[in-house]
Design a protein around this ligand. Structure first.
Ligand code: SAM
Length: 329
């Protein structure tokens, strides 16, 4: 019996942030003035927490951050995570979300260590605009090289996440359509959420799903295809079968009812929703040298109190104290 919350949702996906440092300063995510704000734990502690989660029915683990590839020892962590077994005796599916800057040279060892899939974040497919967004010179070519290396290594289907903001990069939709077909990657557009350091979010900045579809139709005709119920993304395939894209629409089309996710921050706090106003301190149990049973108790308590849904855009919505880079996207 997997972990199940009070709304009957099975919790299968764990996202672990292993650092809140990042080598990019994407303008919509970070102000660039604040660096890391939370502790990084010994990798052995993330491993122990992950082991307990997997014993409770977690089947997918995604490493994230900050930028997870900045964390020394990540290969050993991936190798140890790949050796975990679910109660059914299966290895958990292992994925990583990365800005891709360091991916080219790390992708082969990551695959050998047991990584299954890679998601790369890209918010433009033009080198200059890309560098303006990331505030790092030469970032586009580094990321493209990393993305291609991941495809060659068979760490696919490689996904590309693109956050769209009005007046900023919504004109990239068609170019991303071409990019998806040429590079054979699944591009997923993500609606901008109020989780940024600079507090620039407003409903007007969000580029909603219908507008994304309208823009993409100018590139090529497409049709919707089935997506897994717990998947965050609606999927579309180009009619000529050259490729596909997705839209993750947490703002205009929330998928909370099928949410199977739980998050662990770099400092060992459980978050049951990106927008949680309350965290559950799991790492204290490790610092206090408590047995696994105590970790199980904390995890079960957190899951039992998972929020029914987020309240983005509603009167009284409160933006959480932690922003995306410090939660783990
Ligand atoms: N550094 C890694 C990366 O770039 O993929 C992992 C962390 S990053 C915070 C994870 C994802 O969150 C990226 O795809 C980023 O674009 C996205 N993101 C950041 N702020 C966001 C926001 N306010 N709304 C939606 N997505 C956001």
């Amino acid at each position: 019996m997997p972990l199940t919350d009070s709304y009957g949702r099975a919790i299968r996906d764990l996202r672990i942030s292993i650092t809140d440092r990042c080598n990019y300063r994407c303008v919509y995510c970070r102000t660039g003035n604040n660096g890391a704000q939370f502790a990084e734990l010994p990798l052995a502690d993330y491993l122990r927490m992950a082991r307990v989660f997997v014993s409770l029915g977690i089947t997918k683990i995604r490493l994230t951050g900050g930028e997870p590839l900045l964390r020394p020892g990540i290969m050993d962590l991936v190798r140890s995570l790949a050796a975990l077994r679910t109660p059914e005796g299966k290895a958990p599916e292992l994925a990583i979300t990365t800005n891709g800057h360091l991916l080219a040279e790390m992708v082969e060892p990551l695959k050998l260590a047991g990584l299954n899939r890679v998601t790369v974040s890209m918010d433009a497919v033009e080198p200059e605009r890309f560098a303006r967004i990331t505030r790092v010179k030469g970032s586009y070519s580094a990321v493209l090289e990393g993305l291609r290396a991941a495809c060659r290594a068979g760490l696919g289907p490689v996904k590309v996440n693109c956050v769209l903001l009005r007046g900023f990069n919504e004109d990239q939709v068609e170019a991303f359509g071409r990019f998806a077909c040429e590079e054979k990657v699944a591009v997923r557009f993500i609606e901008f959420m109020p989780l940024e350091e600079g507090r620039i979010w407003s409903p007007e900045v969000v580029v909603p799903l219908p507008e994304i579809l309208e823009r993409m139709a100018r590139f090529a005709p497409f049709h919707e295809i089935a997506h897994e119920p717990s998947s965050t993304s609606r999927r579309y395939r180009f009619n000529d079968e050259r490729g596909e894209f997705g839209v993750i629409a947490p703002v205009t089309l929330p998928f909370c009812g099928a949410c199977s996710r739980i998050r662990l921050t770099s400092d060992g706090k459980i978050r049951t929703c990106l927008f949680s106003l309350r965290e559950h301190d799991l790492h204290t149990a490790i610092r206090s040298v408590l047995p696994d049973e105590e970790l199980v108790r904390i995890i079960e308590y957190a899951v039992a109190h998972k929020e029914e849904r987020h309240h983005i855009g509603e009167p009284g919505f409160v933006q959480p104290g932690r922003t995306m880079v410090h939660i783990g996207g």
